[in-house]
Design a protein around this ligand. Structure first.
Ligand code: DGJ
Length: 731
């Protein structure tokens, strides 16, 4: 089994896939980190511990072992504040005395098969207890009474460990958590590059890679959502690491709110990583006997570069994070009316789009924003989740029946967490939005944010949404979220709990999502936040696909989908063919390229099908057919980033290989024309001994030829042109 305890040496050893993680309880009770990396045979690697210490400036605890033991220099499993470790700390507990010096010592531990649920929080899971084992180490700060359980679940088949922390107040007095990160990892080297994914609305998850510097570097959000600006995911890797070589450590937080990943390189050139809830605007009052559970961090180790790191996350998140019947079922190819009509639609317009969709093989119509209240622009009605029957010229059921009669499923848009100041809901409950009494309420897109920490607000949303969702045959819900949180106060919480609102908001969101996905288990939920502003693992737990970006330009999408692919599988990235010139960039791109790029995700259309010519309609039929043919490769195969648009700038390429390695789909996109150029691309992940047929040309190649010598691409590739090639093993 993956977790072992060496009783005589008090060593814990976790073997997750082909990675090993080792820690040790020292004689003085401190829990020290010993190793994380490729599989090793020995448990006792305490010889690796550094002996550097500055006896004057690194405090020596009285309970130290013989010698110069300082918390400031030893690798910690969960770093605390104020007792001699001056590096960034994961935990800070304020005692009634006002002091925060916290020191954790080992108390006990337990090991069990499987993985427990995290109360109120989404997390990875296993359906079969043999697929993971969990270690819980109970630590105690004897002065404050804070009991801290460090949980580690090691997955048998993946180089992945899921970590979380539960803090319980065992004292009689109230404690205040000033920070409670989900993990610490100390690594005895600093020659790393840090990779992270930053961006903004319509330009999410841009790849950035920089060397670590001494001191603290931090990636974070304090917008109340994981955000367009920084994804809760970071990689530390060898400076020489490539897609196929080098060590890499991934850190992915299963959380949708304010997060931080802080990395510190200390004076001894050691690196500490902590990741969890952002301590800015966070404080949690822990009364006697109360507990606080942190969100989960999933760490992945790869000895073979960034490609393997990504594939580990893809496999794990596809099967052990996404859930429900849509996890494995074939998702419908949809047409969404947003870029087709914006707010300007009625029932007949939707039916006309659906008629064309049905003729072309598209499987679902999604009615986007504007079907409720009095909403004909973005000035009003959020919160009034009642069907606008005059706009739809009848009730929703009549419209859905017309769509279903064409053979299409029906999907609907919601933005549950929002309230428009011009709405019946706001007239009735002006106190239901987040607000700070005495301060103006800042709007974003003319809307305010509901106080999701309130149960009455969540009950209202559950009830009004349930009425609509059970009124007719709804197959899909797009869950949007179009602004970030400001004036974050809640009327129902006492003064001493106002700093809890950011996190309570997220817990409330998860509660509502849990209730709705349980009540409507067959509905496919798609996450969205002005595109990919909340593209995080926690939302994937409830919605197995997320609208990747409001930017539907195929060339821009090459960059956005490239960045997103570092941690999130293609099955989770919604990608649509939209009109040309593109509505966001004005760029003209061929229909083929728009299809080839959108096919690297949960595929669909976002344009007025009534305005297409015969050639475009024929191409849609082909694309629909192709997507069905390639579905299992794209959604269940292995993904390879072959050429990065960030490194190359002129073209990019990617590839999917089926699980049995008998099929491969290769896509190449020319971003900027290169005059008179011959392109070679090496494929990856094939069986070297098998013969692959290029199904378009009939040419045959051994797998090793395609991987080692590569493929020469024929043709002249102008701006925005592309090719997709499907290879099948010769039988
Ligand atoms: C933002 C989303 O990302 C769009 O796809 C669309 O649903 C609009 N909101 C609707 O207001």
């Amino acid at each position: 089994m993956p977790i072992k305890y060496n009783n005589s040496k008090k060593i814990f050893r976790l073997d997750a896939g082909s990675s090993t993680y080792i820690m040790q309880v020292r004689e003085n009770g401190y829990l020290i980190h010993l190793y994380y990396g490729s599989y090793i045979s020995d448990d006792d690697v305490s010889h690796l511990l550094a002996n550097h210490v500055n006896a004057a400036f690194s405090p020596l605890p009285p309970s130290r072992e013989s010698g110069l033991f300082s918390l400031d220099t030893q690798p910690q499993e969960y770093s605390c504040n104020g007792a001699g470790d001056f590096r960034i700390s994961a935990l800070s507990v304020k005692m009634p005395s006002g002091n925060t010096a916290t020191e954790l010592k080992y108390k006990s531990h337990r090991i069990y098969d499987g993985k427990a649920k995290l109360e109120g929080l989404p997390a990875t899971y296993v359906n079969d207890d043999s697929k993971a084992q969990t270690l819980e180490i109970m630590m105690l700060d004897s002065l404050s009474g804070a009991e801290v359980v460090l949980a580690y679940s090691a997955f048998t088949a993946h180089n992945a460990i899921a970590r979380s922390v539960k803090i319980t107040n065992t004292s009689k007095d109230a404690l205040r958590l000033q920070r409670a990160y989900s993990m610490t990892l100390d690594i005895p080297r600093s020659d790393f590059d840090l990779i992270h994914f930053h961006g903004k609305h319509v330009a999410e998850r841009k790849f950035e890679r920089k060397s670590l510097i001494h001191g603290i570097q931090s990636i974070s959000s304090k917008r109340g959502s994981s955000s367009h600006n920084h994804n809760p995911f970071t990689i530390l890797c060898d400076k020489t690491a490539t897609e196929t070589s080098g060590e890499a450590f991934g850190f992915s937080l299963v959380y949708s709110g304010n997060f931080a990943v802080d990395v510190e390189v200390d004076c001894f050139d050691y690196t500490r990583v902590i990741m969890g809830i952002n301590p800015t605007d966070f404080e949690w009052l822990l009364e006697s006997d109360q507990s606080f559970t942190t969100p989960e961090v999933v760490t992945v180790y790869s000895a073979n570069g960034l490609g393997e790191l990504s594939q580990t996350y893809h496999h794990l998140y596809r099967k052990n994070l996404c859930k429900g019947p849509w996890r494995d079922a074939m998702r419908p190819i949809l047409v969404n009316n947003w870029e087709a009509t914006y707010f300007g639609f009625d029932d007949d317009k939707l039916v006309r789009i659906a008629e064309d969709a049905a003729n072309l093989g598209i499987e679902m119509l999604v009615m986007d924003d504007g079907w409720f209240g009095n909403r004909n622009d973005d000035n009003s009605s959020l919160g009034d989740w009642f069907v606008n029957e005059s706009k739809l010229n009848g009730d929703l059921d009549s419209l859905v029946k017309r769509i279903n009669a064409l053979g299409l499923k029906f999907g609907i848009w919601y933005e549950p967490e929002m309230i428009s100041p011009i709405s019946k809901l706001y007239d009735a409950h002006p106190d239901w939005c987040l607000h700070v009494n005495g301060r103006d309420r800042s709007t974003g897109r003319q809307q305010l944010v509901l106080d999701m920490s309130r149960k009455d607000v969540r009950d209202y949303l559950f009830d009004t949404m349930s009425v609509v969702l059970s009124s007719t045959n709804i197959a899909y819900v797009k869950w949007d979220f179009n602004r970030n949180l400001s004036e974050v106060g809640s009327d129902l919480l006492p003064v001493e709990r106002q700093q809890e609102v950011f996190h309570r908001y997220i817990l409330g969101l998860y509660d509502l999502l849990e209730r709705l996905t349980t009540a409507f288990p067959n509905i496919l939920f798609e996450g969205c936040s002005g595109g990919g502003g909340r593209f995080d693992p926690a939302m994937l737990y409830y919605s197995p696909q997320i609208w990747t970006s409001d930017n539907t330009d195929a060339i821009e999408r090459c960059f956005i989908q490239y960045g997103t692919s570092f941690v999130y599988p293609s099955s989770t990235m919604s990608a649509h063919v939209s009109a040309s010139p593109n509505h966001q960039t004005g760029r003209v791109t061929s229909f083929e390229t728009r299809g080839n790029v959108a096919m690297a995700g949960a595929f669909g259309y976002e344009l007025d099908l009534n305005h297409l010519n015969d050639n475009e309609k024929a191409l849609i039929k082909k694309q629909v057919n192709d997507y069905h043919k390639y579905y299992h490769i794209i959604n269940f195969g292995d993904f390879y980033r072959l050429i990065s648009p960030y490194e190359n700038e002129r073209y990019c390429a990617w590839e999917y290989v089926s699980e049995d390695k008998n099929e491969a789909l290769f896509t190449f996109v020319s971003i900027r024309v290169v005059i008179n150029h011959t392109y070679f691309v090496k494929l990856r992940g094939l069986d070297k001994d098998k013969i692959y047929i290029d199904t378009e040309t009939g040419a045959e190649y051994h797998g090793d030829t395609l991987m080692n010598a590569g493929l020469r691409l024929n043709g002249w590739f102008g701006d925005g042109t592309s090719i997709a090639k499907y290879f099948k093993v010769k039988v």
